[in-house]
Design a protein around this ligand. Structure first.
Ligand code: FAD
Length: 425
């Protein structure tokens, strides 16, 4: 953990804080992982509340314009992520909000099919390439369907609210403190799921973690591209995306802004937002000036949140590492492929969602307990949804048990996940 520089302090006067809810399960963070966690917990009968600092669901998967699900397969033609992630794909597809290769094309090495997938940003890494089961989607359709899934499941959503602190008593989180325009409020949950991406809750609760500094990304979309399907460079600096004449520019700050940033530092984030936005617009200007078809193109939106791959990562009961490639675990609750590698899978053990200390806390999404290398696989949106679904299902089981995440009956958890269509081995 990094050491904070010495700063002057003041003592806050003690005050009484209104308790606004006492749910079975509180999910903090409404990204891909938090969405899946909350829906899973609520569908399993737990009264569930979800707190999100922004005004929509999806996190990086919508606000970050990371609008590619990479990947739902193992890179050998076999689907390894299904469950709520597949349900979301089906729902978005019913609204015309997706583009992906049909099942019959998965694993094909037909150069024409591979090239089409690459142009849509569905194939990455070094070749030789095959077609993957990856999905490009419209972020507005994601937001709409995510809202629908959440509300239909009976989750109580609370947007525009930050979770800022927690009260820990006898190894349990007994309250989570919230800040919003309504002031400081508290929630007293039985189980808590940290789906903040940055591990805000486990850090506040005193759990150990690794902390990375990264180059920020700022993906943006452009419209008005003439014959976008055949633009030179497609599949490299920019990819085709949904909407006539639209492209997604996968712009990154490495080598373009002066330093890596700590995504838990508001000062670093402020610096990066300003520097990246300016540089991204300059990049759009260069595309307009140099790439045929871009002469009348314009930026429709830059991501409303920086693309941060890593910040805090839990050091939990098990740290999934590189040597665990293709290794089965008796407590496996999800499987993920690798977006740049073929025929390569990691089973994710339940223990990677469990902190070693706090008994009623589970962690889901990009901040689960894995090492830096495996993080490249488990941070992907499908994998985040899979660990979210597992955390939500486990939290609902814990509520019916003794309230300790580590005491959840793992065979029962795996069976419950399979029943809802998730893939656990
Ligand atoms: C540049 C880049 C490219 C990527 N490319 C791909 C790709 O092509 N395909 C792919 O599948 N994945 C990709 N990823 C990875 C993927 O986008 C993320 O890892 C994934 O979306 C993380 O989901 P999450 O729910 O764990 O976290 P997040 O999406 O970060 O969600 C966390 C949520 O919690 C909220 N929150 C945070 N703190 C608090 C708090 N204290 N109180 C209340 N709310 C809070 C946030 O607002 C957010 O909504 C990429 C990531 C980056 C950065």
């Amino acid at each position: 953990m990094p050491r904070s520089p010495r700063v002057p302090t003041l003592r806050e006067p003690a005050r009484r804080v209104p308790v606004i809810a006492e749910p079975d399960v509180l999910v903090v963070g409404g990204g891909a992982a938090g969405l899946a966690a909350a829906v899973a917990a609520a569908r399993d009968g737990a009264s569930t509340m979800l707190v999100e600092r922004y005004g929509h669901l999806g996190g990086l998967a919508t606000g970050g314009l990371i609008i590619l699900l990479l990947t739902l397969d193992d890179g050998a033609g076999r689907q390894v992520v299904a469950g709520l992630c597949q349900e979301l794909v089906d729902r978005m597809t019913a609204r015309g909000g997706t583009h992906y290769p049909p099942r019959g094309e998965w694993d094909s090495d037909d150069p024409a099919l591979v090239e089409r997938a690459r142009r849509w940003g569905l194939v990455w890494g070094s070749g030789p390439h095959r077609v993957r089961y990856s999905v490009a989607y419209d972020p507005e359709v994601f937001k709409l369907e995510a809202d629908a899934m959440l509300t239909a499941a009976g989750v109580r959503p609370r947007f525009h609210t930050w979770a800022t602190a927690c009260v820990v008593e006898d190894g349990r989180i007994t309250a989570v403190l919230l800040e919003s325009k309504a002031g400081r409020q508290a929630v007293r949950p039985r189980m808590v799921i940290d789906a903040t991406g940055d591990g805000d809750l486990f850090a506040r609760a005193g759990e150990p973690y690794e902390h990375e500094q990264v180059h920020p990304w700022l993906w943006f979309r452009m419209a008005g591209v003439h014959e976008a399907e055949s633009a030179p460079g497609l599949g490299r600096a920019f990819v085709h995306t949904l909407g006539d004449g639209h492209v997604l520019v996968t712009w990154g700050g490495e080598g373009r802004i002066d330093r890596r940033i700590d995504a838990t530092s508001p000062d670093d984030l402020t610096h990066a937002e300003i520097a990246c936005r300016r540089a991204a617009h300059e990049a759009a200007e260069r595309l307009r000036a140099t790439v045929p078809g871009f002469a009348h193109a314009y930026v429709t939106d830059t991501a409303t949140q920086l693309g941060i791959t890593e910040s805090r990562r839990l050091t939990g009961r098990y740290v999934l590492g590189r040597d665990d490639l293709d290794h089965p675990f008796p407590d496996s609750i999800a499987v993920t492929g690798h977006w740049t590698k073929y025929a390569c899978t990691y089973a994710i053990p339940y223990r990677s969602l469990l902190p070693s200390g706090i008994s009623n806390l589970l962690v889901a999404g990009r901040c689960i307990s894995v090492d830096h290398r495996v993080h490249h696989a488990t941070k992907e949106i499908p994998a985040c949804m899979a660990t979210g679904e597992a955390a939500g299902t486990a939290a609902a089981l814990a509520v019916r048990g003794n309230g300790a995440a580590a005491d959840v009956d793992v065979p029962a958890l795996r069976a419950a996940l399979r029943r809802r269509g998730a893939i656990v081995d």
